[in-house]
Design a protein. Structure first.
Length: 271
């Protein structure tokens, strides 16, 4: 099975609270599953928003299997299903209407480094906080870094926006690959910066990854959560830098070993 089929099968068999939060550009479901108790301050964990980082969806399933003992969190294992299938299965995974254009933009049939969705929008630069101001942003469709026609132009980011606003989470954390580092800051200052760094330190302790900042990056889900919702939000870059994109199953054991407790540790801090 491909990653979308595996996540869907897991969702169908999941006995906890769950919901479909939206659909992708190609009409695929975007799933969310809840783990933990009825916490007043639950969080949201997002995985595989970048296509070539589909391996993090399997970390999400491990987090759900592991569960959260104290506190709670919604888990969105595969935020970019169309992009993940482009990487895994190529242009045949998208409809004929977009297939030729996608292959042209990609420069060929090898989609292994593709980050965007099926409309060549990089979903993690499609949020309004600093939209279009990132150092690597581009303004036309591309395999990576294209900001879209406007913030929330894509059904996938609209789904994350609406779900996040409905949940009103205490925190969010997004798993990416690679580099083994945790980004925690987006222009917050004063007591909010001190608060968020303390929670980031818990993630660092759970994973062994150091904390870092990315002042030239903008438009991400983390950035929007920090700026618009004023909550702690984190991006965890899992997987050793020595691994090559796209990280596959050979990297999963290392990723799971270092990240398996991270969601539970963060949820407990807010529980």
């Amino acid at each position: 099975m491909n990653v979308y089929e595996e996540v869907r099968a897991f969702y169908e068999g999941y006995r906890g609270e769950k919901r479909i939060i939206g659909r992708s550009r190609e009409g695929r479901d975007i799933f969310a599953m809840y783990t933990g108790g009825r916490a007043a301050r639950a969080g949201i964990a997002v995985y595989a928003i970048h296509a070539r980082e589909w391996i993090t969806a399997y970390l999400a399933l491990q987090h759900l299997r592991r569960g959260v003992v104290r506190g709670g969190a919604w888990v969105v294992p595969l935020a970019n299903p169309d992009g993940a299938l482009l990487v895994q299965e190529g242009a045949a995974s998208v409809g004929r209407a977009v297939r030729g254009g996608i292959v042209y933009l990609n420069g060929g049939e090898d989609f292994s480094l593709w980050k965007a969705n099926a409309r060549a929008v990089d979903l993690n630069v499609n949020f309004p906080s600093g939209w279009g101001t990132g150092a690597r942003n581009v303004r036309s469709p591309a395999p990576a870094n294209y900001i879209g026609t406007a913030p929330f132009s894509e059904p996938e980011t609209q789904a994350l926006r609406d779900f996040t606003l409905a949940v009103a989470p205490a925190f969010t954390v997004s798993w990416h690959t690679k580099g083994e580092v945790i980004y925690w800051r987006y222009r917050q200052r004063g007591w909010r910066a001190l608060r968020d760094r303390r929670y980031a330190a818990l993630l660092s302790g759970a994973t062994g990854y150091p904390l870092a900042e990315a002042p030239r990056s903008a438009g991400g889900y983390k950035d929007w959560c920090v700026e618009a919702l004023r909550i702690p939000a984190f991006t965890v870059e899992a997987g050793r830098e020595s691994f090559a994109h796209p990280l596959g199953f050979s990297a999963l054991s290392d990723i799971v070993t270092k990240n398996i407790d991270a969601l539970a540790v963060l949820a407990r801090a807010f529980g």
